[in-house]
Design a protein around this ligand. Structure first.
Ligand code: SF4
Length: 464
């Protein structure tokens, strides 16, 4: 991973001047609504976007319809995410007829796709601002230009990304936080658009990451998730990811998690960290994608089934209770029935707590989009159905195995199904609901697990 430049402080200060200029304007949006699509990295970007908009004097609107500025932070990993974003934007065109001053902004991975910005400029002229993934930090300048020039601004930078420090932020949670440690990806898995829209790998310095963690800890944050497209290839200021993890652990934040990990880069040191670090939670998202070597090769994953299974064995030898989750693609071009059965047998062997399963979706600009694919969609659908049923049965058994245990739960929210219950996660990442009220949110509570449902556990609070 090459060292990447940090956006100069003078540029961030310049953007802060634009925030002040917008704030001082009489006719400017007073409220905002952000639609964040896709992964946790987008969610974290949305917190920076919210921070910038609030510095510009806007408040979070109660609903999308109430907002003066609506921003779509888009995803393009799968085609349906892209279609959903474009469909939503068309709906906004109608809203704008009743509300001509509504400012519509679209940014994120979708706009960074080759040719997308030009297409949007031509076909969606009612969009006021289109920006990409590499120039998000210039949002204040663009909002100011839209307001003063009174015409759409479309600016997507082709250059590879830099590291941005010092943006304002409005965090979504007071006690759980995402912390970016690196951006971009160098792996070029043949099905994946991420390296094309998020750029090459670049890491933040350990000092900047630790400073952010200490700040969050001082603010009362009790769980952090270190984020990157491939955290295992983190290289910041000479430190590798395991070194960084040991340093973050020493801060004493009660819970640390991280994602996403690439199996080819999971180091021995990182495996040992699961046996040694006090605050590192026994949970790992380790996307396997397929259980057959030939398919893995065509995906350019650069590991084998045997290597993956060996990682699982070693992880479980240092941390027997570790909860593993994964991503799996079904129907990759040319996947035979036998190759699919290898994926099924790997799932039976590893016994994931959860797996995000997808039918392969070709993305323009990736190598796999050119691969011949003669498997009918109906066959792929039937395969994924079998995989989902298998995975659900395994997940249920993993949940049932928790019944009778007492687990420490960090309470996240009131249950959406039962207002007299709250929910939160165990160290392993299982969601538990139990009777309780809003005052418990953000607290650690000992809960005895009393039953298992399809996706969640049920429990009762053990009074101290
Ligand atoms: S490791 Fe592969 S799947 Fe993950 S972001 Fe990079 S290219 Fe995409």
């Amino acid at each position: 991973m090459k060292e990447r430049p940090i956006v100069p402080e003078s540029e961030i200060l310049r953007q802060r001047e634009f925030m002040k200029l917008v704030r001082a304007m009489d006719r400017r949006p007073q409220s905002y609504h952000i639609v964040s699509m896709g992964c946790q990295m987008n969610e974290r970007d949305s917190e920076s976007i919210a921070g910038m908009l609030e510095e510009m004097g806007m408040v979070r609107a109660r609903a999308r319809e109430d907002a003066d500025l609506i921003l779509y932070n888009t995803c393009c990993v799968r085609e349906n995410a892209e279609n959903k974003a474009l469909g939503n934007v068309i709906w906004l065109k109608e809203l704008k007829k009743d509300k001509p001053d509504l400012m519509i902004c679209v940014g994120g991975c979708m706009t960074q796709e080759k040719g997308m910005a030009a297409m949007m400029k031509k076909n969606y002229p009612f969009i006021d601002l289109v920006y990409g993934t590499h120039n998000l930090y210039r949002l204040p300048e663009y909002v100011w230009r839209v307001l003063t020039e009174k015409r759409p601004v479309v600016e997507v930078m082709d250059i590879d990304g830099e590291v941005v420090e010092g943006l304002p932020e409005a965090r979504a949670s007071k006690f759980m936080a995402f912390v970016n440690i690196m951006y971009g990806c160098d792996n070029f898995c043949t099905y994946c658009i991420v390296p094309h829209v998020r750029g090459r790998e670049r890491s933040r310095t350990p000092e900047a990451i630790l400073e952010e963690c200490v700040r969050l800890q001082d603010q009362g944050v009790r769980e952090i998730m270190l984020l990157g497209q491939n955290v295992n290839s983190y290289r910041g200021g000479g430190a590798e990811f395991a070194d960084l993890l040991y340093r973050v652990d020493r801060l004493g934040i009660p819970r640390i998690r991280f994602m996403t990990s690439h199996p080819k880069d999971l180091s021995d040191e990182l495996i040992h960290a699961f046996g040694e670090l006090r605050h590192l939670m026994p949970q790992l998202h380790l996307p396997v994608q397929a259980g057959n070597d030939e398919v893995l090769k065509r995906m350019n994953r650069r590991y084998t089934r045997a290597h993956y299974l060996d990682l699982v064995k070693r992880l479980r030898s240092v941390c027997p209770d570790i909860g593993l989750t994964s991503d799996i693609i079904v129907g990759f071009p040319g996947e035979t029935l036998e190759q699919f059965e290898d994926t099924m047998s790997l799932v039976r062997e590893v016994r994931f707590d959860a797996a995000y399963t997808f039918i392969y979706s070709p993305r323009k600009g990736t190598r796999a989009a050119e691969f011949p694919d003669d498997t009918p969609y109906a066959v792929k659908s039937e395969r994924i159905q079998r995989l989902i049923e298998l995975q659900q049965a395994i997940a249920l058994e993993a949940l049932e195995a928790q019944v009778g245990k007492t687990e420490q739960v960090l309470v996240e929210a009131v249950s959406t199904r039962d207002a007299a219950s709250v929910g939160g996660k165990t160290p392993r990442g299982h969601m538990v609901n139990f009777p309780g009220d809003i005052s418990l949110i953000g607290q650690f509570v000992d809960v005895e697990i009393t039953s298992a449902g399809r996706n969640t556990l049920r429990g009762r609070r053990i009074e101290q």
